[in-house]
Design a protein around this ligand. Structure first.
Ligand code: ME8
Length: 651
């Protein structure tokens, strides 16, 4: 064991919605790295958390009729929320930071003040193109076809008094850092940063807002809240106790390795190092920009209805199968096309056939031929050499890949060993050896080699599929021997090792049945999605007093005629109970003919300010239910039972 430290972080996710398979991908990958480093004996700090401030959350909370704090609490700590998801996925984070945590808020105010006192933050006015969903200002030259370069959505001109961070001052050292080689990975992302952002000229960064209030207040200038990226990026140091009393781990763990999705590499490899330079802190050891999981080549999105729910997949296929699939299939630095078919075939091929079978065949044979405990006698053969050599070499190759964050390649090395061991069974044909009592020592050697190959493979797979490896190690009698040091060695298990055949680790999945079940699970949740997306959200609450100001009355339609020169307008003469006929105009001719309506009881708002339409007064408004879909409008007047008298008030 050594006491080297390893600090690794995920992005802190926005709790604006339930997290999906993309977030799970990043967190599972980071978890595998953290577990790997722990296995290697490092003192590990694995941090994840949530980025809870900003305009988008404020708006979402409003739509949901909740305070922003209630809203984020529900998504983070509520049933089936983010904490539950990480627990389910067996995420071994050491800390979880929420940007609404008191200690973080306190630190951010101090960080802001520190950079201000240094002259790196100053007050100015921001004029530019703003993307609301990304909460980012862009210069004209950064826009792509006039749209936000990050999300492709519309931007609008915005201007506000704001504080700025002197990012321009740090352009040169940041460029040097990027060109240094090790900092930003994969290396292909370096040119992208330099060409797209640094070479066109780094402008100072707007770091406060006055247009919304759900953020950390700038304590020396009320009305300003700290812009979300300064708040968010600093989480990596506040969670270690930087400028707060909650923790005292900066010396022990800082600097970090940051694992982030490719779309936020810019913030982590340019803005974040510049902020750290301003704070005079060491720079991160690395930033790894991983690729996206896409569906049919495109982004997952709620509106397309193709967001993949990790809960559904984990429930159907198992947590480890899902973890494994994510890290085995997609090269970490590139985009990967997610599909259920690929998920199922990966589980069947690698986990059920290759790994699961090797464990169950080996333990079954040791039980059948040796009653579960090997004899000590051995007899080697040349055919053993290739397997034993590969067994001893695998951990080194795996280590080289893991240290470069090439998780899929590390897994490839482990599976090469597993496949080699399966081939070894065919080559040695233990069932033939078992027929001859004199071949028992040879049979014991074959079994021992298989168990040793499994011990190494399972030790190295532990960071990826921890629960299954623990179970399989137990079955092969390897629990106490699954250490990092042992992973490089042959001959670690006791000569007379005992096995315990257990249940099937990874059952084979029937592709068609599973796809049908997934389709059914999707249908079950569809109506909800429809409701949410089809109709506008509930408006903000009003008080009863406010509601009472609206005078809603039952009215009888005395007469109705089309307005000349208008395709839409109908002129209504109504009995509102007052004795004086009331005239209301309504643009509903495309839905009703006048003769359908005369004599009907409808509901009107009587105290709406009068309006003139085509030279005629309209003294109120008829209530109707309307809905637009695919550019086509549907409308239904509220027509009451004839028994309700005209003039009755509706409350
Ligand atoms: O950006 N494929 O939060 P966020 C792979 N709060 N990874 C994906 C993904 C996909 N389809 N979708 C999301 C934020 N991710 C900020 C971060 S950090 C100081 C602040 C992962 O909730 C990926 O890691 O939008 C991406 O960077 C992250 O989720 C974005 O999460």
């Amino acid at each position: 064991m050594n006491n080297k430290s390893f600090y690794v972080t995920t992005p802190i996710y926005y709790p604006s919605d339930k997290l999906h398979i993309g977030h799970t991908y990043c967190t599972v990958a980071t978890d595998a790295l953290a577990r790997y480093k722990r296995l290697c004996g490092y003192d590990v700090m694995f941090l994840t958390g949530t980025d809870e401030h900003g305009q988008k959350i404020e708006e979402k909370a409003k739509e949901a009729g909740k305070t922003p704090q209630q809203f984020v609490d529900d998504i983070v700590t509520g049933n089936g929320g983010i904490l539950d998801l990480w627990k389910l996925m067996n995420i071994s984070n050491d800390r979880f930071i929420r940007t609404t945590d008191d200690y973080h808020v306190e630190s951010i105010q101090r960080i802001f003040r520190k950079m201000y006192d240094k002259g790196d933050i100053y007050k100015g006015a921001y004029k530019g193109m703003y993307c609301t969903p990304c909460e980012s200002f862009w210069t004209e030259s950064q826009l792509v076809d006039g749209k936000c370069p990050d999300c492709g959505r519309d931007v609008h001109y915005a201007e506000e008094e704001a504080y700025f961070f002197r990012l321009s001052k740090y352009a040169k050292p940041v460029q040097e850092l990027l060109e240094g080689g090790e900092f930003l990975q994969p290396a292909s992302r370096v040119n992208e940063m330099i060409n797209n952002f640094i070479k066109p000229g780094l402008e100072d960064l707007c770091v406060s807002r006055t247009s919304f209030s759900w953020g950390i207040p700038v304590d020396f200038d009320p009305g300003h809240v700290v812009y979300v990226w300064v708040d968010a990026l600093s989480n990596y140091i506040t969670a270690l106790g930087y400028l707060n009393d909650r923790y005292d781990d900066m010396d022990r763990f800082w600097p970090a390795h940051h694992i982030v999705g490719k779309e936020i590499v810019r913030f982590h490899s340019i803005i974040w190092p510049a902020m750290l330079m301003s704070l005079e802190l060491p720079l991160p050891k690395s930033v790894y920009g991983h690729g996206w999981l896409v569906i049919d080549g495109g982004k997952m999105s709620k509106s397309k209805g193709n967001v993949v729910d990790p809960y559904v997949l984990a429930d159907m296929f198992g947590v480890d199968a899902l973890r494994f699939f994510l890290l085995r299939t997609f090269p970490f630095g590139s985009d990967g096309n997610f599909s259920n078919e690929l998920l199922i075939s990966t589980i069947n091929t690698d986990l059920a056939n290759d790994l699961g079978n090797l464990v169950s065949r080996t333990t079954a044979m040791v039980e059948k031929y040796f009653g579960g405990t090997l004899i000590a006698e051995r007899e080697a053969d040349d055919v053993d050499n290739e397997l034993v050599e590969l067994l001893k070499a695998t951990a080194g190759k795996y280590e080289a890949q893991m240290d470069k964050f090439q998780l899929h390649l590390a897994l490839e090395d482990v599976f090469r060993l597993i496949q080699r061991a399966n081939k070894y069974i065919d080559e040695t044909a233990p069932w033939v050896l078992a027929k001859d009592e004199a071949k028992k020592p040879r049979l014991a050697t074959v079994m021992y080699n298989l168990l040793e190959a499994l011990r190494v493979a399972l030790t190295l797979l532990k960071p990826f599929i921890p629960a299954s490896c623990d179970e399989a190690l137990e079955q092969i009698g390897g629990t106490d021997f699954a250490t990092w040091e042992n992973a490089f060695l042959y001959g670690v298990l006791p000569e007379t090792v005992s096995v315990h055949k257990g249940g099937t680790l990874f059952p084979r999945i029937d592709m068609n049945k599973a796809l049908e079940a997934l389709e059914a699970a999707k249908k079950k949740t569809e109506p909800k999605t429809e409701e949410v997306s089809k109709f506008p959200p509930v408006l903000p609450q009003i008080s009863f007093d406010e509601f009472s100001k609206v005078d809603l009355r039952v009215c009888r339609i005395l007469a109705c005629e089309p307005m000349k020169k208008s395709d839409k307008l109908l002129k209504f003469t109504l009995d509102d109970g007052s004795g004086t006929p009331r005239q209301i105009l309504s643009g509903i001719h495309q839905f009703y003919e006048p003769q359908q309506l005369v004599g009907k009881k409808v509901v009107a708002v009587l105290n709406l300010a009068p309006r003139k339409m085509m030279g005629q007064d309209s003294n109120g408004m008829l209530l109707s239910a309307s809905f637009e879909e695919n550019g086509k409008e549907e409308l239904h007047l509220l027509i009451l039972d004839d028994a309700v008298p005209a003039g009755f008030q509706i409350s």
